[in-house]
Design a protein around this ligand. Sequence first.
Ligand SMILES: [Zn+2]
Length: 295
Amino acid sequence: MRTSTLCLAVALAAIPTHALAQAPKVWTPQELFVRNIGTREQQDRQFPPHKVIGNIYYVGTETLASFLITTPQGHILVNSMYERNWPVIRKSIEQLGLKTADIKIILGSHAHADHMEADALIKDATGAQVMAMAEDVPALQAMRPGGKAHPIDKVLRDGDQVTLGGTTLVAHLTPGHTKGCTTWTMKAQEGGRAYDVVIIGSMGVNPGTRLVNNPTNPTIAEEYRQGFKVMHALPCEVPLGSHPAMYNMTDKHAKLAAGGPNPFVDPQGCKAEIDLVERTFTSVLEEQRKTTSPQ
Ligand SMILES: [Zn+2]
């Protein structure tokens, strides 16, 4: 027993470290899910509101991202989150010295309650217009917290632009996670130059998702592939996402205090995150193909 343990130790020590470094970890759907949503407490606990870059501010919780984009004509809110999170968004906006009444447009990452449940509540509170990707409209219409109808003032198509006060966001259809999952891009101005910002909608495969022989969505695997194709092609210098773990917000925020270059400028992080979730997608697809008999 002792000898074989020793042999294993010697064998492991003999593996060159660069060989280990070349095999990146493949996250399971469960691991990715937990990384993204955290605990119930983390979903609800305010994260210190902060300026990300240019006119983009973080007003979300520890694991659910909400961004406020300020313009001279009012604000755009990306992700209303759960209704129970509204007090945190409101408090964050006030702590930044801004006004919730100035929210004019509400956008979202995709039709899941942790990102878009509070659309009706915040529209009622502010009078803002809710805009959503066409392919997500049926799922949003089914999202009726407290029986309230889901407001949709404008239906968007892939490539549509949303402009307010000189800032333009572009809606990119990156399907798979939901039919109308939307990745938002915009330019942020800082230090005399413009940066390409990408707010990742989500390319995650949730635990239990059928990619093969899915009766409710037979084309789901192709939708994910299309989503990844779009994601890979987007110019990205500042990755953001519907969950802060998608761009290591906590680590980057900790670096803000030190001064120096803006830690949210991270082109490598953008690519790394897309590759990470794509490895999960590919491994789930291969596994399900192996274990699913052809129909
Ligand atoms: Zn989701």
